[in-house]
Design a protein around this ligand. Sequence first.
Ligand SMILES: NC(=O)c1ccc[n+]([C@@H]2O[C@H](COP(=O)([O-])OP(=O)(O)OC[C@H]3O[C@@H](n4cnc5c(N)ncnc54)[C@H](OP(=O)(O)O)[C@@H]3O)[C@@H](O)[C@H]2O)c1
Length: 275
Amino acid sequence: MATKCLILGAKGMLGTELSFIFRDYHPILWDRAELDITIENDVEEKIEKLKPQLIINSAAYTNVDGAETNQEVANKVNGEAVGYLARVAKELDAVLIHYSTDYVFDGKNKEGYKENDPTNPINAYGQSKLIGEKALRENCRRYYLIRTSWLYGKIGNNFVETIIRLGKEKNEVRVVNDQFGKPTYAVDLAQRTRELVEERKEYNIYHITNEGVTSWYGFAKEIYKQIGLTTKVIPVGTSEFPRPAQRPNYSSLINTKLTPSRHWKEALAEYFAKR
Ligand SMILES: NC(=O)c1ccc[n+]([C@@H]2O[C@H](COP(=O)([O-])OP(=O)(O)OC[C@H]3O[C@@H](n4cnc5c(N)ncnc54)[C@H](OP(=O)(O)O)[C@@H]3O)[C@@H](O)[C@H]2O)c1
């Protein structure tokens, strides 16, 4: 019998790809209109009525700068609501997949971060996601906590589309070269999520990204190279772009548990081929 699967945040960037990758599960696709995950009663009632065996939560408050002034909302969506989901999952004995971020780390370690390294978020978004991680781990046992980074996909705002737009508008763009991470294609993350479930990996924390570390500057250069844009990219320091939320400098996630995903440049080429 097929696993009954519920995807939350199904209209988001990752949720859209999950909906496609899991399509043969005939998943139930809910976004905010169907269930606001911050309303505890609704979470309990609606999910208990549905009785899914697999719940994939890609719903989140993802505005990193916005979280600085909307910390309460971010904590509710990314933090407390994850506890509601975890308790329902436990009640139903369902598997709960939840996503977190490289921004739970402070980014001071140039080597990057392994799954069990100590967390220490330096912005409100990272703090809210860490509250969610704890709520997940304390309230259910059958969970996959997947940290990822620098996500891009065909839906929503992302760096790839922003930098292309800027490249078409201007002759040169200035991009920070002192923040390093692993760009990740949402399709690959969705596919690896499916493998995790189907291979019945141990319930635990996983780091899933494309491989290879770069800076936003390196990422921008590669984007222009792959699509043939001749816009000049000028490397600059973070201090040239003051933003409400501080970002970690070195936030590459080290995966010690799973076979590595393909290199980010290869994934980017596929994104452009399908765009
Ligand atoms: N994007 C990245 O670079 C990145 C990096 C690392 C980790 N992550 C994590 O990856 C996951 C997926 O991110 P994403 O970029 O795909 O997010 P996204 O595109 O912003 O999608 C999030 C979805 O959640 C919905 N949502 C927000 N609040 C909700 C609520 N209270 N109840 C129900 N649904 C709600 C949003 O609906 P509305 O549009 O109506 O708000 C949206 O459809 C998140 O856990 C995120 O923290 C993302």
